[in-house]
Design a binder for this molecule. Structure first.
Ligand code: NIG
Ligand code: FE
Length: 394
């Protein structure tokens, strides 16, 4: 399939800003991008789509989500808004454990349908690639059930899906040592064998896994040729960010409690630092200093962390806006953080950019100004969304 897109008033690639731009797409990937007047001869005879003088940006990449889950935690949200702590609710067997119970009670079909409906809301906002974690199963069979649901989403959603196995918390009634032994000795090998996940993530924090346990889990993942990611420094400073850098993780995510030494380690290793504005603001934690991280040389990404507890956030645009206002990134940097940098947090250099070779995922903005959706709070101004060169919306 060949197509040329013209009539683009303003385009962010995201590195570059072009006016009166055009691009050519063949077999789902960009093959040429530039000023419309420079469109090479060979593309001039291809079928054309005129975008009507609108702006365009790369499809957004959500590199951290917990899209598959049962139930909701509105009751907990009400309590937290009155001042009860996320940590205390978790320690008392609520929080993540409540979602684990609801996820156990749901069938695979139910989990699939609920996640599919959420993915449609993300697509409507221009999210064309999404990472989805397990982690609400905890027990081996329930983790595999979640991963099978994610596999089915990968096969049926219009978006690119990146599946991750998450070591979230120690299940109630389990001895920690036994659980880590099961996770490293049984679950990781089974997931590697079946190809149900591309990466392993660990919630390394107070109330979850210790730094030592995290290292064991990540080393097992590496041994089985899986990529690694980390929930790092959200509630307490544990040293998880430095561990992520040391082991060459794709990304360290959250980072609310990080220090300049942590940013230095990320910058040195090339591990992406992913800011999760939903969790930071909703849990009333310090907002990660995205500006300082960026200036220290960290590749900064932004993700929704969509989940029923710490971040019931459905809007990547709001996430970028919060990171501009509270994390002090520029609009252009925030866009880069939710596209090209986010793709790198998934180890993908072929997503999140409008460049020859990359998948032709892009958002047509309902304005000549491509960044207007970041300027208008709560008004997304999305005209159309394309994934792999195909119109996915409307
Ligand atoms: O990324 N921090 C740990 N895990 C999730 C929260 C999960 C939950 O509250 O259900 C997070 O914030
Ligand atoms: Fe998370």
């Amino acid at each position: 399939m060949k197509q040329v897109f013209t009539g683009i008033a303003e385009l962010y690639t995201p590195r570059e800003r072009l006016e009166r731009a055009a691009f050519a797409v063949r077999d789902g990937r960009f093959v040429w991008v530039g000023a419309e007047k420079d469109l090479p001869e060979e593309y001039r005879t291809w079928p054309r789509a005129d975008l009507g003088g609108r702006g365009a940006v790369p499809g957004l990449v959500d590199a951290h989500s917990h899209l598959v889950y049962g139930g909701n935690r509105l009751g907990e949200y009400l309590k937290r808004a009155r001042g009860e702590s996320y940590e205390a609710i978790l320690a008392a067997g609520g929080g993540i454990y409540a979602t684990v119970r609801a996820t156990h009670a749901a069938s695979e079909d139910e989990l699939y349908e609920w996640a599919k409906a959420r993915a449609a809301l993300f697509l409507a906002q221009g999210v064309t690639a999404i990472e989805i974690k397990s982690g609400y199963g905890l027990l081996p069979e329930a983790e595999l059930k979640m991963l099978r649901v994610i596999r089915r989403l990968q096969e049926t959603l219009p978006q690119h899906v990146f599946p991750t196995l998450l070591a979230h918390v120690v299940p109630q009634g389990w001895e920690r040592k036994k659980y880590v032994a099961m996770f490293t000795g049984e679950l990781i090998p089974e997931v590697a064998r079946s190809g149900l996940a591309e990466a392993v993530d660990v919630f390394c924090d107070e109330g979850a896994f210790t730094l030592k346990e995290t290292r064991r889990i990540l080393e097992a993942a590496l041994l089985h040729n899986l990529k690694i990611k980390l929930h790092a420094e959200q509630i307490a400073h544990t040293g998880a960010t430095k561990l992520a850098a040391e082991l060459g993780a794709l990304s360290a995510d959250h980072l609310e409690q990080t220090t300049s030494a942590d940013w230095e380690a990320l910058a040195q290793s090339g591990t992406v630092g992913t800011v999760l504005p939903g969790a930071a603001v909703i849990l009333r934690k310090p907002f990660p200093n995205a500006r300082a991280m960026w200036d220290a040389g960290v590749r900064v990404a932004i993700a929704t962390d969509h989940n029923p507890g710490s971040s019931p956030l459905f809007s990547p645009w709001l996430g970028m806006q919060l990171t501009v206002s509270l994390g002090r990134l520029s609009l252009e940097e925030a866009l880069m953080a939710h596209t090209e940098n986010a793709a790198l947090a998934l180890g993908r250099a072929d997503l999140g950019k409008i460049e020859p070779g990359a998948w032709a995922d892009f958002v047509v903005v309902d304005s000549p100004h491509a960044l207007k959706p970041l300027y208008h709070w709560g008004n997304q101004l999305i005209y159309a969304v394309y994934v792999s060169g195909n119109k996915a919306l409307p």
